[in-house]
Design a protein around this ligand. Sequence first.
Ligand code: AMP
Ligand code: MG
Length: 392
Amino acid sequence: MISINKAIELIKKHATALNKSTVKKVEKAGGYLLSGHISSRINMPPFRQSAIDGYALNIHDDLNYNLIDEVKAGDNHQPTLKQGEAVRIFTGAAVPNSANTVIMQEKVQASNDKITIETPIKENSNIRPLGEQVKKGEIALKKGTKLTPAAIGYLLSLGITEVEVFKKPNIAIVTTGNELIEPGQELSYGKIYESNSKMLLSALYNLKFYDVKLYKVEDNYEATVSILNEAIENNDLVLISGGISVGDYDFVSKALKALKVKEVFYKVKQKPGKPLFYGTKSEKQIFALPGNPAAALTCFYVYVYIALQKFMNREDLELPRLNAKSISAFNKKGDRPQFLKAIYNHGEVEILEGQNSSMLQTFALSNALVFAPEEVTTIKEGDDIKVILLPN
Ligand code: AMP
Ligand code: MG
């Protein structure tokens, strides 16, 4: 049995980035990281652009100008201004090459074909220069940039419609257990509804991992070997639910050995989630999560999350952690460090009743996990405690 810190360290060491790339439509690439630099094929803006509604001038020493034409956004004509001449212009319109500044309409007295400006204006005012944001051939966004909505808007503004990004992993969720019935079907004696697969699926969707396949297997050694083999062959990350404890019908550990999965660790000194297994088979990552639903989800957020981040070449490998003031008391039994379902709100955190690893009811109300280290036996109101924020 290893410590939580050791387990986290080992995942960070063994989980590798999935250095495969794929081409995506820009609008569908949100959350992905660029797998190469993107250079701009155009100057942005592509012409000298007016930043305001006003008048483009060819400056002279006098405050009076003759108005000779108009250019609105989208127009593609190019009036030629002599000194002392002006054109009416609007935001986003192309400033004629012969104009050397633009003045705001609020700072001008206008009549039919003349304008008088109130105060002299400097050259190049209110003009967005050609290529101000990025010049043709320059790097617009670097390799590794995360595609946020702003980045997507920026790429589209450069006319870019497809990007090469790091591929997200293909993920398998394998549920084990003879007692499990699909929700929606009749429940018979001794059976329970299967909830882990779609709970984990929803946690993955929430983190924008959509390529997920679900596999099911009964508590039978041969079947477990065969399904796990298929899941590992066809996916980059395999999450197994249940069957990893020491019961006579827990076959996952034995099956993983038979499939030559290299054990990185098995069993972590923690509550919930003691029987957690993590291993690799060449580039593939395999987690066997305890079947108890709250334990499975806790292990997902504390451990699987790190592997997911590594797959994506991301730098923040763990969920945000902070310190908060406890507004509840808690007595910890035993010496295992514990993750406790809790509600965090503005610097304060409430540890909830019902911490059993089989109970999702409490987890359903939580937005955080409190971490109670090994040496802590009681948490009192007012204590400063460590909190992990969940990405709900
Ligand atoms: P196991 O780790 O297989 O011994 O399972 C531990 C507990 O979690 C048992 O009470 C199981 O019935 C329950 N359990 C296992 N898998 C699931 C699942 N997919 N959905 C809901 N409960 C489960
Ligand atoms: Mg089981």
